[in-house]
Design a protein around this ligand. Sequence first.
Ligand code: ADP
Length: 205
Amino acid sequence: MKRGIFIVLEGPDRSGKSTQAGLLKAWLEKRGLEVMVTREPGGTYLSEKIREILLDPKSDIEPLTELFLYETSRVKHTLEKILPALKAGKVIISDRYTLSTTAYQGYGRGLDLKTVETLNRIATLNLKPDLTIVFDIPDKVFTQREKTRPGRDRIERAPDAFRRRVNRAYKLLARRPGVTRVDGGRSVGEIQADIRTRVEKLLRK
Ligand code: ADP
């Protein structure tokens, strides 16, 4: 059966994921591939509604409630969008997936990592990305971007200590099998070149 390719971009907010997703899409399309860019939380009507709740600074959400909201949005996204696109042979580029939940709800909020991983498996129906690219942002660049582009949503407004825990978590998670790290502190072009090399390898498989 013909099967597509599932690529996930991960990293802290403002690490350049959506910038690189757009460039990667254009490059793959030039090569004649059918590409679908999507994001989490979101990607479907219902999942985007859940995203609104999650990012609304007025939402009062406990860590466990937050975990289930992310996973609920993920089930719908996986069933309605990702699995059909894979079956249709498309390249899917998702801005965030399960590793975000491990980083933010596991390491960031301090929820039990085993619980988070179990729910990740259930919510994805065991689907694993073919490649997860983690954008590793040097602390100096991270602080600079926070200052020049302050976040407005509920997660971006979370305490500094929370976001620092998430950043540290990504550095650890980037060492997992199936995960590759890119240095996100460089120019847009340099990062894109790096990503293309990794994706090229995947296309040759
Ligand atoms: P994310 O999707 O991870 O939140 P974005 O792609 O939206 O990140 O980028 C966040 C901001 O940083 C945007 O204003 C973008 O133009 C800028 N940006 C993205 N990549 C780089 C880079 N390599 N160097 C400097 N600024 C960047």
